[in-house]
Design a protein around this ligand. Structure first.
Ligand code: GLN
Length: 556
C-alpha cells in the first residue's frame, strides 16, 4: 500500500518547504524505502516555462522534457531520483484536462464543479505518480501558503485523500515559521497557531509541524506548539536555519522526524543509513580554501534563477575539497564598463542559459576575457552560444557574427533557429526539451571529463549552432567535442589551446548531485584549482628567485 505525506506551508512563503519535502525524501530513502515526490502548483499557468525568472526562479527540466518548478531540483538532488512530468502539475493543467474531458462529452450531462470534478482530477494525478514509480511513499508538496485562494481545491483534494486511502496511509506535515522579536528576544508561535487553525478550518489536522526559525527552539516552545496546535510533542520538529543546505536531512532525522513518520505510517523500513550523507555534510564544512567563480547572468540579485548552476558548482567544490564563492555579475554592467574589477578577481567564469538580447553583449565580453586570459570557462546553453559567437567575431574576424535570436539580419548567423522551430506559433512547451543523446569525441577535454562515448543530457533551447559555418569554425580551432548521434546538431564546443573552455548546448546543471558532481562541472573546477596551484607555485618560485638574486647581490 502506497503511503502519502502531504506537505503544506504556513505563516510565510520561502521558508524552505521544498527543501523540507526533499529532505524527508532522503531520510526515508535512507531506510531503504522507494520514494517519489510531487509538487502541486496552485497558479493558473500550465507550467512555469513561459514565466519570468523574476516571478518564478529557475525552470527545472526533467528527463522527459517537462518544464517544472525549481523544487523538483531539490527533490532530485536530495533523493537522487530522476523525476518526470508526473511530478509537477498546476491549476492550469488540472482545468485544461477537466475542460478537455467535458468537451469530449466524458461527463455525460453533469454540471462540472470544483468538487468533485476538479478535486478528482487532482487526486487522480497524485495516485498516478505513486503507481508510475511503484513508490512506497509519495511526498506531495502543496505550493503557496495556507490561506491562498488558489490552493483551496488542492487542500480539499488532499483532505479527501485521507478518506480514500485511509488514516494509516496518510500524514500531514505543516511547515511554518517562528518569527523572532528582537526587542524581547523571543520566538513567537502565534502565527503558527493561526495557520494551523486555518488548516483545521479546511478539515486538515496536521500531525507534524516543522517549525522553521532563525534561532534555537526550546523544549518549552515545542510543548507550547504541541498544545496549541493539538500535535504530539514528538511531532513538533524544530528546524533552525543552517548555512549548509545538505545538512537539513540530518537535522530532521536527529530531531526524530524519520522515526515519527515511520511509526505513524507503519513504514517497513530498515534502520536509517545516513553515514554517507553525514560524510557529505562534513565535507561541506571542511572545504577550504575558497575558489572564486563568476556567474555572469541576466538576473542578478535573483539567485533562484540559477539555482541548479549554483548547486552544481558547490557539488564540484565539495568533491574537490574546496569551498566555492560565487561572484554574481550582471552581464549588462560589463557592457557599460562596470563590474570588470570583480570579473578580474575570479578564478573561473560560468555563463549560464538565458533568453533575449539584454546582457548578451556583456556575456560575449566575459567569454572573450576568459579566452584571452586563459581563465577556465563553462558555458551553459546560451553560454555555449555566446562562446561560439565570440570566437567567430574575434578569431575569424566576422564582426557581425551573432545568433538570429538577437540579430535576424546578420551576415554570419552562426547560431540559428533549429529547422523544426521555424514553423511553431506557440511559445509554451515547444522548445527542444529533455534528454537527448550526445556522442563525444575522443581526445577532447569533454571526453576526458566524462570518460564515456555517449551521454544523455537535458535540453531547453530553440537555437543551435548553424551547420553552414561548422567547417570554417572548426578550421579556426573550435572543436565540436559532442554531437547528436546523426551528427546534425552540435551539442558541445571547446577550445583546444586553452586550460578549459567548454560550452554545452544542454544544461548539465540538472544532472549534478551533491555526492556525484556532474563530470563537466567537476572538470571545470579541477581546471580552476590546478591553475590556482600553478599560480601559487609560480609565486613561490619567483619569491625563491628574488631571494637567490638578492643573495647573489649580497655576495657581490
Ligand atoms: N535562447 C537560447 C535558445 O533558445 C538559449 C536557451 C538557453 O540558454 N536555455 O537557444
Amino acid at each position: 500500500m502506497t503511503k502519502y505525506i502531504f506537505c503544506t506551508g504556513g505563516v510565510v512563503s520561502s521558508v524552505g518547504k521544498g527543501v523540507t519535502a526533499a529532505a524527508i525524501g532522503r531520510i526515508l530513502k535512507a531506510r531503504g524505502l522507494t520514494v517519489t515526490l510531487q509538487k502541486l502548483d496552485p497558479y493558473i499557468n500550465v507550467d512555469p516555462g513561459t514565466m519570468s525568472p523574476y516571478q518564478h526562479g529557475e525552470v527545472y527540466v526533467t528527463i522527459d522534457g517537462a518544464e517544472t518548478d525549481l523544487d523538483l531540483g531539490h527533490y532530485e538532488r536530495f533523493v537522487d531520483v530522476d523525476l518526470t512530468r508526473a511530478s509537477n502539475f498546476t491549476t492550469g493543467q488540472v482545468y485544461n484536462a477537466v475542460i478537455a474531458n467535458e468537451r469530449r462529452g466524458d461527463f455525460l450531462g453533469a454540471t462540472i464543479q470544483t468538487i468533485p470534478h476538479i478535486t478528482n482530477e487532482i487526486k487522480q494525478r497524485i495516485v498516478h505518480v505513486g503507481k508510475l514509480t511503484n513508490a512506497d511513499v509519495v511526498i506531495v508538496e502543496i505550493g503557496g501558503t495556507v490561506g491562498d485562494i488558489e490552493s483551496l481545491p488542492f487542500l480539499e483534494a488532499i483532505r479527501q485523500m485521507r478518506r480514500d486511502v485511509g488514516m494509516r496511509n496518510t500524514i500531514y506535515v505543516h511547515v511554518t515559521f517562528l518569527p523572532f522579536i528582537e526587542a524581547t528576544g523571543e520566538l513567537k508561535t502565534k502565527p503558527t497557531q493561526h495557520s494551523v487553525s486555518e488548516l483545521r478550518g479546511l478539515g486538515i489536522q496536521p500531525h507534524v509541524i516543522v517549525a522553521r526559525s532563525d534561532h534555537p527552539v526550546t523544549e518549552e516552545l515545542i510543548d507550547k506548539i504541541a498544545l496549541f496546535c493539538d500535535v504530539e510533542s514528538a511531532g513538533v520538529i524544530p528546524l533552525e536555519t543552517t548555512s549548509y543546505l545538505y545538512e537539513v536531512p540530518l537535522l530532521l532525522e536527529d530531531a526524530g522526524l524519520g522515526a515519527y513518520l515511520s511509526e505513524a505510517l507503519s513504514l517497513n523500513g530498515k534502520p536509517p543509513d545516513l553515514a554517507e550523507w553525514r560524510q557529505l555534510a562534513d565535507a561541506m564544512k571542511l572545504s577550504n580554501p575558497q575558489v572564486r567563480i563568476a556567474i555572469v547572468g541576466k538576473y542578478t540579485g535573483l539567485h533562484d534563477a540559477y539555482m541548479s548552476v549554483r548547486e552544481s558548482l558547490y557539488h564540484a567544490g565539495i568533491a574537490n575539497g574546496h569551498d566555492i564563492e560565487i561572484e554574481w555579475i550582471y552581464a549588462g554592467d560589463l557592457e557599460k564598463d562596470k563590474g570588470w574589477d570583480r570579473l578580474h578577481s575570479v578564478d573561473g567564469v560560468v555563463v549560464p542559459g538565458g533568453f533575449g538580447y539584454r546582457g548578451v553583449e556583456g556575456k560575449i565580453l566575459a567569454s572573450q576575457w576568459a579566452r584571452e586570459n586563459n581563465k577556465p570557462y563553462l558555458g551553459l546553453c546560451l553560454g555555449m552560444q555566446v562562446m561560439c559567437i565570440e570566437y567567430a567575431r574575434h578569431k575569424l574576424d566576422w564582426d557581425d557574427a551573432n545568433s538570429t535570436e538577437f540579430d535576424a539580419r546578420t551576415s554570419h548567423p552562426i547560431i540559428d533557429l533549429m529547422p523544426d522551430q521555424k514553423t511553431l506559433a506557440d511559445m509554451g512547451g515547444t522548445m527542444r526539451l529533455g534528454h537527448y543523446p550526445c556522442v563525444l569525441k575522443p581526445g577532447t577535454k569533454t571526453y576526458d571529463a566524462y570518460r564515456t562515448a555517449t551521454v544523455n543530457e537535458r535540453h531547453r533551447h530553440r537555437f543551435e549552432l548553424n551547420n553552414a559555418f561548422r567547417e570554417e569554425l572548426e578550421a579556426a580551432g573550435l572543436i565540436f567535442s559532442g554531437v547528436s548521434p546523426d551528427e546534425r546538431l552540435v551539442e558541445i564546443a571547446e577550445i583546444d589551446d586553452h586550460p578549459f573552455m567548454v560550452g554545452t548546448q544542454f544544461h548539465p546543471e540538472f544532472q549534478s548531485r551533491p555526492d556525484k558532481p556532474h563530470p563537466l562541472f567537476n572538470a571545470f573546477i579541477q581546471a580552476v584549482i590546478s591553475q590556482i596551484k600553478q599560480k601559487d607555485r609560480g609565486k613561490g618560485q619567483s619569491k625563491r628567485k628574488k631571494r637567490e638574486i638578492s643573495a647573489l647581490n649580497g655576495a657581490s
